[in-house]
Ligand binder design. Structure first.
Ligand code: ZN
Length: 245
């Protein structure tokens, strides 16, 4: 089985369309999405429209999806995130709001051996930024392999003999998974990468070969930036795309 795993589209239509074009070439059986379809970017309604048509999809919701679907308030968001959340609510059709509301809460089990979640395995909003938080997330994970999003930072945490190792994912990395090790893996972000690289990123996982490949692609960042500025969204949301922060 080949899985395509990606996260954090954040209403970035240019990056998402390019991702869908990549998907065709990857010949995958199942698609796993780790949350945050919307928020920050200028095309929430269009992104939901394309996303909901994806075949063989299993997904969890993200914190922005929850707020924009009105399941939670934006009170805990920073000002740019809160502004874009309120702006997004005005742009999404009622049918698509309902779709957002129905996105499942993580963690979810995939095919009995993979866990997917947005933040961590015990709290969908909790950020795994370090080995400390990864340890907590491993404790509540029922499988050996887990994928998470939320930080927009591509990385693999390994748990072997009660010891944690960390490896940031670099372009074109391939990793052979070993059955005695547990893994928590972040594919980075499609719509707002934060590892000082503006290129979008995702993972392909082949469960037969137990092999993971990390992929990146550039997209038309300037087009998305122009839309953000034209929409009157905060300037920070445009500039950070170019810097990858
Ligand atoms: Zn996000």
């Amino acid at each position: 089985m080949r899985y395509l795993i990606f996260s954090d589209i954040h209403s970035n239509l240019e990056a998402f369309e390019k991702f869908l074009a990549q998907k065709k070439a990857k010949n995958v059986d199942k698609i796993l999405f780790l949350g945050d379809l919307v928020g920050y970017g200028p095309n929430p309604d269009e992104v939901i429209g394309l996303f909901r048509g994806l075949p063989h999809l299993q997904a969890v919701r993200g914190n922005h999806d929850k707020v924009i679907a009105d399941l939670e308030s934006s009170a805990l968001f920073n000002p740019a995130a809160a502004f874009s959340a309120e702006w997004s609510k005005l742009k999404i059709s009622p049918d698509h709001v309902q779709y957002l509301k129905n996105l499942p809460k993580g963690p979810q089990l995939v095919d009995g051996f993979i866990t997917i979640c947005h933040g961590s395995t015990f709290d969908e909003d909790y950020y795994v930024f370090s080995s400390f938080e990864a340890t907590e997330s491993f404790r509540f994970m029922e499988t050996s392999i887990g994928f998470f999003g939320h930080t927009h930072y591509p990385i693999v945490y390994y748990l072997r003999n009660n010891k944690i190792d960390v490896v940031p994912l670099a372009e074109n990395t391939r990793i052979k998974l070993d059955r005695k090790t547990r893994y928590l893996i972040n594919p980075g972000s499609i719509g707002q990468p934060r590892d000082k690289n503006s290129a979008a990123s995702y993972i392909v996982f082949d469960s037969l070969k137990m092999e993971l490949s990390f992929n990146r692609f550039a997209y038309d960042v300037s087009r998305t930036q122009k839309k953000i500025r034209d929409a009157g969204l905060p300037e920070l949301l445009a500039s950070r795309l170019e810097a990858g922060v």
